[in-house]
Design a protein around this ligand. Structure first.
Ligand code: FE2
Ligand code: FE2
Length: 249
């Protein structure tokens, strides 16, 4: 992935994902082996794994995985903010919020959940429909908080009178979105899967892939994953073992 593409995904130099479409044409496909639509049926390059089919619900849930990793950055940032604001690089926070906006809000929420998932679940029997108005309100609240985080983190340094309001905003965002994604994973997505049926689910998987390529000009998940890994690396959060709980003994 080249630097320009990475910057575009992070939204550093653009206002919306529309620019991504033209900027990222010649990028690796979702299945790993192809470089664009014309040769996406070619096999993987030597040394690369065989492409693996991703179902629509798996796709949605792994997108939550990216967003959960952003929430982890927010949670760790809250601790650092209160201990030593100088240890929080504003640009890492900005990149995380931009990733959440471009990949989570503008794509996952606006292009998939609000267009396909929620309308189908609203018509389906069962308890899932009862969550939808709250989930939609949480999308709106999340975007307000993301805008706020961006407004604070775009400065060269975080002002001292912004520390506690920012910490509280991040904490409330993490608390809300963790529960939000958990309800979608365990109640809403299963209800949607049951409502559309197996054949339609396959078709939706294809559709989601088309939307993703249209939105990002390539494999948005791979791009977001790479970006997330870079952010974690820059903040010293990339070692999974540092999160292993201490022994009780
Ligand atoms: Fe959602
Ligand atoms: Fe979601």
């Amino acid at each position: 992935m080249d630097e320009k593409r990475r910057q575009l995904l992070a939204g550093i130099s653009i206002a919306g994902a529309g620019v991504l479409l033209n900027a990222c044409r010649n990028t690796q496909s979702r299945t790993g082996g192809a470089t664009n639509d014309e040769n996406k049926n070619e096999g993987p390059a030597p040394g690369e794994a065989e492409p693996v089919e991703v179902t629509a619900t798996e796709d949605l849930m792994r997108e939550h995985g990216i967003l959960r990793r952003a929430l982890l950055v927010y949670r760790e940032t809250v601790v650092k903010l209160r201990q030593d604001v100088g240890s929080v690089p504003p640009d890492a926070l900005e990149k995380t919020a931009k990733l959440f906006q471009v990949f989570g809000e503008d794509y996952h929420e606006r292009k998939l959940e609000e267009v396909f998932i929620f309308p189908a679940v609203r018509k389906a029997p069962g308890a899932a429909a009862g969550y939808l108005d709250i989930l939609l309100a949480q999308h709106v609240r999340g975007r307000e908080i993301t805008d706020y985080v961006l407004s604070i983190s775009q400065a060269d340094r975080i002002a001292s009178n912004s520390i506690e309001p920012l910490a509280k905003a991040l904490e409330s965002f993490v608390r809300m979105y963790e529960h939000h994604a958990a309800i979608e994973d365990t109640v809403v997505f299963p209800a949607w899967k049951a409502a559309v049926g197996a054949n339609e689910l396959d078709a939706m998987g294809e559709k989601f892939e088309d939307i993703e390529h249209e939105q990002f000009g390539g494999d948005g998940f791979d791009m977001a994953l790479k970006r997330m890994e870079e952010i974690e690396q820059s903040l010293g959060l990339s070692n999974l073992d540092m999160f292993t709980a201490p022994s009780l003994g």
